[in-house]
Design a protein around this ligand. Structure first.
Ligand SMILES: Nc1nc2c(ncn2[C@@H]2O[C@H](COP(=O)(O)OP(=O)(O)OP(=O)(O)O)[C@@H](O)[C@H]2O)c(=O)[nH]1
Length: 463
């Protein structure tokens, strides 16, 4: 049963019992004295009954009030607990929001980081596949731009002689204000081979790129390998800032610059190696290996473009006796003299190679047999004349030569050389100091009276 109902019943019960006791004890007779006489209406007990009723009701009301207070307190407690819970939930929601924002930031950061790492990997692959210095420069600029697109950047690379570092690419604000060239003496980064970071006193720098009055911060990184300064990465800003790049970005850029430097170094080594393996050490001319590649290219091109290529094989006459008379060192000097004289009398496109020993080969693109024949006569005469007065030669030097033309004689490199060698042999047999031309007829080596055929050059035979 509900408490209020039981309280009410108790109050009514008490009232009835009290009333009954009052009636029994005649208590009413004394009370009615100061109230009024209800006996006339037969209600003598009424005032007492009402008094008891009032008391019972007051008691009931007091109990209800107590209950109400208790419920109120309970309710307040519940409300308090609920608001605490609400606060806790609010806090939890806020924390969840912060967590999710942090998570998003971390995800974005990781995404950018992995994108940059991917760019670095792609750049390394592209650099490894590049075959020329121009390609290396192009790839480096492209990927550096992908890695630091939001800055004002200039990338400069050294020329072949390492005298001048020229602009290979620039992006960002005022990229047009980048100076196109930097010299070693102007650049602290190139001089010292380490990064230069300045956020206050750029005016003190030698470099014209940093001396602009609007520039407040500069960060330059060398592109280097084994103390070879291949380039500079120049980043600048009109903002005064401690660090233009974050620590992580800076470390990545330094690593990328080192990678680029390494590839430039490898490319340079490859070029030097290929130069060394294709060049004759004594004369600096192409050696047999270098000639092979060049002749192949020329023969292919002549076939495609429909012109003739003439190959001449040249041999110094009586060179054994020269060595025997004046020594091997003097022989070397004479060889160098012949090499230089041949080289300086060639057109830019002609090729001179030392085929071995005292033998040379000329490749004359777009040259008919008759023109080549005249050219060889002139060369033999020049060597003979100049060697007579040259301090590098102990006596006048004569040459013998054999020529063969592609495609009319032969159209493969090996066959052309073989044919020119046959013609050379004929020239030696003929008495040396002359040119003989190979003729792809039954006679093989043509006679002197035929055009573009074998001829003896009318110069004095050297003893
Ligand atoms: N000094 C010097 N001599 C060389 C070099 N290479 C080859 N020779 C010499 O060149 C000489 C070639 O001699 P031979 O093949 O007999 O021919 P040759 O004496 O020129 O006679 P012909 O060719 O018939 O006129 C040899 O004595 C080689 O030692 C070199 O690099 N330096």
């Amino acid at each position: 049963m509900k408490k209020s109902v039981s309280d009410f019943l108790i109050a009514i019960g008490v009232f009835l019992v009290a009333n009954f006791v009052a009636v029994l004890s005649g208590f009413n007779e004394h009370w009615v004295l100061w109230t009024s006489d209800y006996s006339a209406v037969g209600l003598n007990e009424l005032p007492v009954a009402l008094a008891f009723l009032s008391l019972a009701l007051a008691w009931y009301a007091w109990r209800r009030l107590q209950d109400a207070n208790a419920s109120h307190q309970e309710l307040s407690k519940i409300v308090e607990q609920l608001s605490e819970q609400v606060e806790e939930r609010k806090l939890a929601v806020e924390q969840a929001q912060v967590l999710s924002e942090t998570k998003n930031e971390m995800l974005e950061y990781e995404y950018l980081r992995s994108k940059k790492l991917q760019q670095v990997r792609m750049m390394s692959d592209a650099l490894a596949a590049a075959s020329t210095l121009d390609e290396l420069q192009e790839i480096s600029v492209k990927y550096l731009k992908n890695l630091i697109p939001d800055h004002t950047v200039a990338v400069l690379f050294a020329n072949k002689a390492f005298e001048n570092w020229a602009l290979a690419g620039a992006w960002g604000e005022h990229k047009d204000k980048v100076y196109p060239n930097v010299k070693l003496e102007e650049c602290q980064v190139l001089q010292q081979g380490r990064p230069y970071i300045d956020s206050s006193n750029t005016q003190k720098m030698l470099c014209d790129n940093a001396n602009l009055t609007t520039i407040k911060s500069v960060a330059c990184y060398p592109i280097t390998c084994h103390e070879m300064q291949f380039g500079v990465l120049h980043i600048r800003s009109e903002r005064l800032t401690e660090s233009l790049l974050s620590k992580e970005d800076e470390q990545r850029i330094i690593a990328v610059c080192n990678t680029i430097g390494l590839h430039f170094n490898n490319a340079q080594l490859r070029t030097e190696l290929s130069m060394a393996s294709n060049r004759d050490e004594l004369t600096g001319l192409l050696n047999r290996r270098g000639l092979g590649n060049t002749l192949k290219r020329e023969v292919t091109t002549s076939g495609q473009q429909g012109y003739e290529v003439t190959v001449a094989m040249i041999d110094i006459d009586h060179f054994k006796s020269y060595n025997d008379s004046f020594g091997h060192q003097e022989g070397d000097k004479a060889l160098k003299f012949v090499a230089e004289t041949l080289a300086k009398n060639m057109r830019a496109r002609d090729v001179v190679a030392r085929y071995g020993g005292e033998e040379f080969i000329l490749v004359l693109p777009n040259t008919s047999k008759i023109i080549a024949y005249k050219k060889l006569k002139m060369l033999i005469a020049t060597v003979a004349k100049d060697s007579e007065i040259s301090p590098d030669c102990k006596r006048a030097i004569t040459l013998s030569a054999g020529i063969a033309t592609c495609p009319q004689d032969k159209n493969s490199e090996e066959a052309l050389i073989k044919s020119a060698d046959l013609a050379l042999y004929a020239a030696k047999k003929r008495g040396r100091n002359c040119v003989m031309a190979y003729k792809a007829a039954s006679t093989k080596v043509s006679a002197a009276k035929q055009p573009a055929a074998v001829s003896i050059i009318p110069t004095k035979q050297v003893k």
